[in-house]
Design a protein around this ligand. Structure first.
Ligand code: OAD
Ligand code: ZN
Length: 248
Protein backbone atom coordinates (compact mmCIF):
# COMPACT_ATOMS: atom_id res chain seq x y z
CA UNK A 1 0.00 0.00 0.00
CA UNK A 2 2.82 2.38 0.87
CA UNK A 3 4.23 2.03 -2.66
CA UNK A 4 0.85 3.04 -4.09
CA UNK A 5 0.59 6.02 -1.79
CA UNK A 6 4.08 7.13 -2.77
CA UNK A 7 3.33 6.57 -6.46
CA UNK A 8 0.14 8.65 -6.18
CA UNK A 9 2.03 11.45 -4.41
CA UNK A 10 4.67 11.35 -7.13
CA UNK A 11 2.11 11.58 -9.94
CA UNK A 12 0.42 14.50 -8.17
CA UNK A 13 3.71 16.32 -7.61
CA UNK A 14 4.65 15.89 -11.26
CA UNK A 15 1.36 17.20 -12.53
CA UNK A 16 0.72 20.84 -13.28
CA UNK A 17 -3.09 20.76 -13.38
CA UNK A 18 -4.87 18.20 -11.19
CA UNK A 19 -8.64 17.82 -11.21
CA UNK A 20 -10.74 15.51 -9.06
CA UNK A 21 -13.92 13.61 -9.91
CA UNK A 22 -15.84 12.39 -6.87
CA UNK A 23 -18.88 10.19 -6.30
CA UNK A 24 -20.96 8.92 -3.41
CA UNK A 25 -18.10 6.77 -2.07
CA UNK A 26 -16.21 9.80 -0.78
CA UNK A 27 -19.11 10.62 1.55
CA UNK A 28 -19.66 7.01 2.67
CA UNK A 29 -17.44 7.39 5.74
CA UNK A 30 -19.46 10.46 6.74
CA UNK A 31 -22.42 8.09 7.09
CA UNK A 32 -24.18 8.97 3.84
CA UNK A 33 -25.25 5.85 1.93
CA UNK A 34 -24.04 5.31 -1.64
CA UNK A 35 -26.47 4.42 -4.48
CA UNK A 36 -25.17 1.09 -5.72
CA UNK A 37 -23.66 -1.89 -3.92
CA UNK A 38 -24.86 -3.91 -0.94
CA UNK A 39 -26.26 -1.10 1.23
CA UNK A 40 -26.90 1.24 -1.69
CA UNK A 41 -30.02 3.42 -1.85
CA UNK A 42 -30.98 2.03 -5.27
CA UNK A 43 -31.10 -1.44 -3.70
CA UNK A 44 -33.80 -0.37 -1.28
CA UNK A 45 -35.68 2.23 -3.30
CA UNK A 46 -36.75 2.43 -6.91
CA UNK A 47 -35.21 5.46 -8.63
CA UNK A 48 -38.11 5.68 -11.09
CA UNK A 49 -40.51 6.27 -8.17
CA UNK A 50 -38.35 8.88 -6.45
CA UNK A 51 -35.95 10.56 -8.80
CA UNK A 52 -37.67 11.35 -12.08
CA UNK A 53 -39.82 14.28 -13.28
CA UNK A 54 -42.64 11.77 -13.88
CA UNK A 55 -42.48 10.54 -10.25
CA UNK A 56 -42.70 14.14 -9.02
CA UNK A 57 -45.76 14.86 -11.18
CA UNK A 58 -47.41 11.62 -10.05
CA UNK A 59 -46.63 11.73 -6.35
CA UNK A 60 -44.87 14.92 -5.23
CA UNK A 61 -45.46 14.11 -1.55
CA UNK A 62 -43.59 10.83 -1.80
CA UNK A 63 -40.71 12.41 -3.71
CA UNK A 64 -40.50 15.33 -1.26
CA UNK A 65 -40.64 12.97 1.70
CA UNK A 66 -37.62 11.10 0.38
CA UNK A 67 -35.66 14.27 -0.36
CA UNK A 68 -36.53 15.82 3.02
CA UNK A 69 -35.15 12.65 4.64
CA UNK A 70 -31.95 12.89 2.58
CA UNK A 71 -31.56 16.60 3.23
CA UNK A 72 -31.85 16.12 6.99
CA UNK A 73 -29.39 13.23 6.84
CA UNK A 74 -26.81 15.09 4.75
CA UNK A 75 -27.03 18.34 6.69
CA UNK A 76 -26.51 16.48 9.98
CA UNK A 77 -23.33 14.73 8.80
CA UNK A 78 -19.80 16.10 8.74
CA UNK A 79 -17.07 16.02 6.09
CA UNK A 80 -14.51 13.23 6.57
CA UNK A 81 -10.72 13.10 6.18
CA UNK A 82 -11.00 12.57 2.43
CA UNK A 83 -12.98 15.81 1.93
CA UNK A 84 -10.50 17.66 4.17
CA UNK A 85 -7.48 16.24 2.35
CA UNK A 86 -8.84 17.47 -1.01
CA UNK A 87 -9.57 20.91 0.46
CA UNK A 88 -5.99 21.05 1.74
CA UNK A 89 -4.65 20.02 -1.69
CA UNK A 90 -6.63 22.90 -3.19
CA UNK A 91 -5.10 25.33 -0.67
CA UNK A 92 -1.64 24.04 -1.60
CA UNK A 93 -2.45 24.91 -5.23
CA UNK A 94 -2.38 21.27 -6.31
CA UNK A 95 -6.05 20.55 -6.92
CA UNK A 96 -7.58 23.10 -9.27
CA UNK A 97 -11.17 21.86 -9.40
CA UNK A 98 -13.40 19.23 -7.85
CA UNK A 99 -16.06 17.88 -10.19
CA UNK A 100 -18.57 16.02 -8.03
CA UNK A 101 -21.61 13.90 -8.75
CA UNK A 102 -22.64 14.35 -5.14
CA UNK A 103 -25.57 16.52 -4.16
CA UNK A 104 -24.27 16.90 -0.61
CA UNK A 105 -22.23 19.94 0.47
CA UNK A 106 -19.41 18.13 2.26
CA UNK A 107 -16.67 19.34 -0.11
CA UNK A 108 -17.70 22.95 0.57
CA UNK A 109 -17.99 22.38 4.31
CA UNK A 110 -14.48 20.87 4.32
CA UNK A 111 -13.24 24.13 2.80
CA UNK A 112 -13.04 23.40 -0.95
CA UNK A 113 -13.81 26.51 -2.99
CA UNK A 114 -13.79 25.28 -6.58
CA UNK A 115 -16.51 22.67 -6.75
CA UNK A 116 -18.69 21.84 -9.74
CA UNK A 117 -21.88 19.94 -8.91
CA UNK A 118 -22.73 17.92 -11.99
CA UNK A 119 -25.97 16.57 -10.50
CA UNK A 120 -27.08 19.69 -8.64
CA UNK A 121 -27.26 20.30 -4.89
CA UNK A 122 -29.64 19.38 -2.09
CA UNK A 123 -29.11 22.96 -0.78
CA UNK A 124 -30.86 24.44 -3.83
CA UNK A 125 -34.62 24.47 -4.05
CA UNK A 126 -36.02 25.42 -7.45
CA UNK A 127 -39.40 26.00 -9.09
CA UNK A 128 -40.80 22.93 -10.85
CA UNK A 129 -42.19 25.05 -13.69
CA UNK A 130 -39.81 25.14 -16.65
CA UNK A 131 -41.11 28.67 -17.38
CA UNK A 132 -40.04 30.02 -13.99
CA UNK A 133 -36.49 30.62 -12.78
CA UNK A 134 -37.21 31.02 -9.05
CA UNK A 135 -34.72 29.36 -6.70
CA UNK A 136 -33.99 29.58 -2.99
CA UNK A 137 -31.76 28.06 -0.33
CA UNK A 138 -34.34 28.58 2.39
CA UNK A 139 -35.42 25.17 3.69
CA UNK A 140 -37.63 26.26 6.60
CA UNK A 141 -40.50 24.29 5.03
CA UNK A 142 -38.73 20.98 5.49
CA UNK A 143 -40.43 20.02 8.76
CA UNK A 144 -43.91 20.47 7.22
CA UNK A 145 -43.23 17.80 4.59
CA UNK A 146 -45.18 15.75 3.49
CA UNK A 147 -48.31 17.46 4.96
CA UNK A 148 -47.55 20.73 3.24
CA UNK A 149 -45.39 20.99 0.13
CA UNK A 150 -43.48 24.21 -0.65
CA UNK A 151 -44.89 26.49 -3.36
CA UNK A 152 -43.16 29.01 -5.59
CA UNK A 153 -43.78 32.58 -4.35
CA UNK A 154 -43.46 33.82 -7.94
CA UNK A 155 -45.76 31.52 -9.90
CA UNK A 156 -47.49 29.21 -7.40
CA UNK A 157 -46.11 25.96 -8.85
CA UNK A 158 -44.61 23.41 -6.50
CA UNK A 159 -40.98 23.89 -5.57
CA UNK A 160 -38.69 20.89 -6.08
CA UNK A 161 -35.18 19.81 -5.09
CA UNK A 162 -32.50 21.40 -7.30
CA UNK A 163 -30.96 18.08 -8.27
CA UNK A 164 -30.76 16.35 -11.63
CA UNK A 165 -33.24 13.51 -11.97
CA UNK A 166 -33.09 10.49 -14.26
CA UNK A 167 -34.14 11.53 -17.74
CA UNK A 168 -33.11 15.16 -17.20
CA UNK A 169 -30.16 16.92 -18.80
CA UNK A 170 -27.29 18.24 -16.76
CA UNK A 171 -26.87 22.00 -16.47
CA UNK A 172 -25.08 22.80 -19.77
CA UNK A 173 -22.83 25.47 -18.23
CA UNK A 174 -21.68 23.14 -15.45
CA UNK A 175 -21.10 20.33 -17.94
CA UNK A 176 -19.14 22.52 -20.36
CA UNK A 177 -17.03 23.77 -17.50
CA UNK A 178 -16.37 20.20 -16.27
CA UNK A 179 -15.36 19.06 -19.77
CA UNK A 180 -13.09 22.11 -20.07
CA UNK A 181 -11.38 21.28 -16.77
CA UNK A 182 -10.81 17.67 -17.83
CA UNK A 183 -9.36 18.90 -21.10
CA UNK A 184 -6.91 21.17 -19.25
CA UNK A 185 -5.86 18.53 -16.73
CA UNK A 186 -2.78 16.37 -16.92
CA UNK A 187 -3.99 14.34 -13.95
CA UNK A 188 -7.42 13.43 -12.66
CA UNK A 189 -8.11 11.74 -9.33
CA UNK A 190 -11.27 9.66 -9.48
CA UNK A 191 -12.58 8.98 -5.99
CA UNK A 192 -15.54 6.88 -4.86
CA UNK A 193 -17.58 6.59 -8.02
CA UNK A 194 -18.89 3.42 -9.66
CA UNK A 195 -18.25 5.21 -12.99
CA UNK A 196 -21.40 3.91 -14.60
CA UNK A 197 -23.46 7.09 -14.88
CA UNK A 198 -22.86 9.21 -17.98
CA UNK A 199 -21.68 11.74 -18.84
CA UNK A 200 -19.77 11.94 -15.51
CA UNK A 201 -18.04 8.60 -16.07
CA UNK A 202 -16.53 9.75 -19.35
CA UNK A 203 -14.87 12.87 -17.88
CA UNK A 204 -11.59 11.12 -16.87
CA UNK A 205 -11.33 9.74 -20.42
CA UNK A 206 -11.14 13.30 -21.74
CA UNK A 207 -8.03 13.86 -19.61
CA UNK A 208 -6.58 10.54 -20.71
CA UNK A 209 -7.21 11.28 -24.39
CA UNK A 210 -5.17 14.47 -24.19
CA UNK A 211 -2.26 12.51 -22.65
CA UNK A 212 -3.10 13.00 -18.96
CA UNK A 213 -3.13 10.37 -16.24
CA UNK A 214 -5.88 8.82 -14.12
CA UNK A 215 -5.57 7.75 -10.48
CA UNK A 216 -8.58 5.85 -9.18
CA UNK A 217 -9.32 5.42 -5.47
CA UNK A 218 -12.08 2.92 -4.84
CA UNK A 219 -12.27 -0.26 -2.72
CA UNK A 220 -13.96 -1.95 -5.68
CA UNK A 221 -13.13 -2.37 -9.34
CA UNK A 222 -14.99 -0.13 -11.80
CA UNK A 223 -15.05 0.22 -15.59
CA UNK A 224 -12.47 3.01 -15.14
CA UNK A 225 -10.01 0.74 -13.33
CA UNK A 226 -8.75 -0.53 -16.70
CA UNK A 227 -8.18 2.99 -17.96
CA UNK A 228 -6.35 4.12 -14.83
CA UNK A 229 -2.59 4.58 -14.56
CA UNK A 230 -2.87 3.82 -10.86
CA UNK A 231 -5.80 2.07 -9.23
CA UNK A 232 -5.77 2.19 -5.43
CA UNK A 233 -8.23 -0.35 -4.02
CA UNK A 234 -8.88 1.42 -0.78
CA UNK A 235 -11.18 3.84 0.97
CA UNK A 236 -11.15 7.52 0.06
CA UNK A 237 -9.57 8.07 3.50
CA UNK A 238 -6.24 7.12 1.89
CA UNK A 239 -6.19 10.67 0.47
CA UNK A 240 -5.06 11.86 3.89
CA UNK A 241 -1.96 9.67 3.65
CA UNK A 242 -1.26 10.76 0.09
CA UNK A 243 -1.45 14.37 1.34
CA UNK A 244 1.09 13.62 4.08
CA UNK A 245 3.50 12.27 1.50
CA UNK A 246 3.06 15.40 -0.59
CA UNK A 247 4.10 17.67 2.20
CA UNK A 248 7.37 15.84 2.81
P1 OAD B 1 -22.42 4.74 -6.59
O1 OAD B 1 -23.24 4.39 -5.41
O2 OAD B 1 -22.84 4.24 -7.91
O3 OAD B 1 -20.93 4.25 -6.37
C1 OAD B 1 -20.25 4.48 -5.18
C2 OAD B 1 -18.83 3.99 -5.35
O4 OAD B 1 -18.13 4.30 -4.15
C3 OAD B 1 -18.69 2.48 -5.57
O5 OAD B 1 -17.85 2.24 -6.69
C4 OAD B 1 -18.03 1.98 -4.28
O6 OAD B 1 -17.13 0.91 -4.52
C5 OAD B 1 -17.29 3.21 -3.82
N1 OAD B 1 -17.06 3.30 -2.38
C6 OAD B 1 -17.78 2.81 -1.35
N2 OAD B 1 -17.24 3.13 -0.16
C7 OAD B 1 -16.15 3.88 -0.44
C8 OAD B 1 -15.14 4.52 0.36
N3 OAD B 1 -15.17 4.48 1.69
N4 OAD B 1 -14.15 5.19 -0.27
C9 OAD B 1 -14.12 5.25 -1.63
N5 OAD B 1 -15.02 4.67 -2.42
C10 OAD B 1 -16.03 3.99 -1.85
O7 OAD B 1 -22.27 6.34 -6.58
P2 OAD B 1 -21.89 7.32 -7.77
O8 OAD B 1 -20.85 6.73 -8.64
O9 OAD B 1 -21.63 8.64 -7.16
O10 OAD B 1 -27.08 10.35 -9.68
O11 OAD B 1 -23.26 7.36 -8.56
C11 OAD B 1 -23.40 8.20 -9.65
C12 OAD B 1 -24.78 8.77 -9.70
O12 OAD B 1 -25.75 7.72 -9.67
C13 OAD B 1 -25.16 9.64 -8.51
O13 OAD B 1 -24.69 10.96 -8.62
C14 OAD B 1 -26.65 9.59 -8.55
C15 OAD B 1 -26.85 8.11 -8.79
O14 OAD B 1 -28.05 7.77 -9.40
C16 OAD B 1 -28.10 11.19 -9.59
O15 OAD B 1 -28.73 11.33 -8.57
C17 OAD B 1 -28.39 11.93 -10.86
ZN1 ZN C 1 -42.16 29.48 -10.06
Amino acid sequence: MLTEIKRAAELIENSSYTTVLTGAGISAESGIPTFRGKDGLWNKYRPEELATPHAFRKNPSLVWEWYAWRMKLVFSREPNTAHFALAEMEKLGIVKKIITQNVDDLHERAGSKNVLHLHGKLRDIICSSSLCSYSTQNIDFIDSIPEKLPECPKCGSLLRPGVVWFGESLNPEVLTSAFGEAEKSDLILVVGTSAVVQPAASIPLITKRRGGKIIEINPNETPLSYESDLSIRNSAAILQEILLHLKK
